[in-house]
Design a protein around this ligand. Structure first.
Ligand code: APR
Length: 252
């Protein structure tokens, strides 16, 4: 842990790259861990753009089941630590694969949501945006008034088969390239192209990987292998709470 405190003490431009593992201590499931969302569900059969368009009844049934029953999760020590590091002027951005909005709830202001968010849904015909409650309040396949009964609503999350919004990806890539410390927290690094972003770090930047298990990174043909300077196997909320306690002693 001291090594992480030292790395934080030397860093001036930190970027955090987070995955679902930073939200499990808030009571939300991850995807590939012990009780992950995809443990008994094949994402390719449930959470793709093709399923949304080809089987909207099945899509919305599982989408509501998988994502809209999360209730009122609250940020945990990891989310709060990253918001604190941003407030101290040390953390430039959080690049997250998460759609739960807990980084913003903890106070982080510079958050790049690579896979979208659960705050709104939109009409695929007229692009009108609706708060997420619009699909919670109506059962079945939601529609827009511009095309009643045609099931033209989709969530504002990046489904398998959707592209990541280019401007978000480029901004995240740029933040990571300029960082001197990349904190890769609570992610299996199993899903491209998001998982390759931490490989895009500057030559002298350091990387820390905090996770319960080793990464499942798919190698990139042209980017360097993922070789963190520090690997901590542990619960990221507990690790960050401890580190911040030690770090505040030297930082303030
Ligand atoms: N502390 C540290 N690590 C944890 C914790 C915790 N409290 N809880 C879970 N983990 C680890 C799990 O062991 C797992 O290795 O976090 C990792 C989460 O990995 P995934 O479940 O694969 O989630 P993520 O990496 O965010 O998935 C990326 O896949 O399905 C898509 O779009 C979805 O954004 C998601 C993407």
């Amino acid at each position: 842990m001291q090594r992480l405190v030292d790395l934080l003490g030397q860093a001036k431009r930190i970027v955090a790259f987070t995955g679902a593992g930073v939200s499990t201590e808030s009571g939300l499931p991850d995807y590939r861990g012990e009780k992950g969302v995809w443990k008994d569900v094949d994402p390719m059969a449930k959470a793709t753009r093709d399923v949304l368009l080809g089987d909207p009844v099945g899509f919305w049934e599982s989408f509501r089941e998988l994502f809209l029953r999360w209730g009122d999760a609250q940020p945990n020590a990891c989310h709060k630590a990253l918001a604190k590091l941003e407030e101290m002027g040390l953390l430039q951005a959080v690049v997250t694969q998460n759609i739960d909005g807990l980084h913003q709830k903890a106070g982080s202001r510079h958050v790049y949501e690579l896979h979208g968010h659960l705050r709104t849904v939109r009409c695929m015909h007229c692009e009108r945006s609706f708060p997420i409650d619009y699909v919670k309040e109506q059962a079945g396949v939601p529609s827009c008034s511009c095309s009643p009964g045609q099931g033209s609503i989709r969530p504002d999350v990046v489904l398998f088969g959707d592209p990541i919004p280019v401007e978000t990806f480029r901004a995240a890539e740029d933040a990571i390239a300029k960082a001197d410390l990349i904190m890769v927290l609570g992610t299996s690094l199993a899903v491209a192209p998001a998982c390759w972003l931490p490989l895009n770090k500057g030559k002298h930047a350091r990387t820390v990987y905090v996770n319960l298990e080793p990464p499942r990174l798919v190698a990139h043909p042209r980017l360097p292998t993922f070789r963190p300077d520090l690997i901590i196997q542990g619960k990221v909320g507990e690790v960050m709470a401890q580190v911040m306690t030690d770090f505040r002693v030297i930082a303030i």
